[in-house]
Design a protein around this ligand. Sequence first.
Ligand code: IMP
Length: 177
Amino acid sequence: MEKPQQKLVISEKDILHKIKELANKIDNDFNEEPVVFIGTLKGAFMFLSDLVKHIKNPNVEVDFVRVKSYGLSDKSSGNVELVKDLELPVEGKNVIIVEDIVDTGLTLKFLYERIKELNPKTLKVCALINKKERREVDVPVDYIGFEVEKGFLVGYGLDFAERYRHLSEVYEVVKDE
Ligand code: IMP
């Protein structure tokens, strides 16, 4: 399988171990109360799918949104648009936004505020990767898989120009000198 010029950052074993921990925490926080997991396409598709497999709560619903951020660089521009909206009603429900990676926070802030307007009972955020050092706006992230300082990451749902999403581990793209 072709891989990017890369450096392994998070192994498949570590991802699965962390997902089990996160699923346990979420189960402890909500017990059997209904919870709607909202995955952000496309990056969170693998994370969401592995996460919900380890949730023991029988009252789970799953939905997806797709948010696009327009700009020329590999960094969020803040011009965020919802290109696929929620399909399930969330008013009065416990909602967890499941994000692949929170970088500047601009995408998540947009989504958080949009879902908050729909009056959920509770609204939490679960992110596989948090790049806290790069944050530009304040957004709460309640469940965090891994803290990563910098670097452009691919694999396990994350892409570079739509490639490498299928890889089962997370790599940092190493640019040629
Ligand atoms: P933010 O708005 O800057 O927080 O960016 C969030 C979105 O940008 C994520 O949901 C990803 O889709 C994408 N993104 C940010 N950093 C990376 C990265 O290192 N690799 C791949 N996608 C990224």
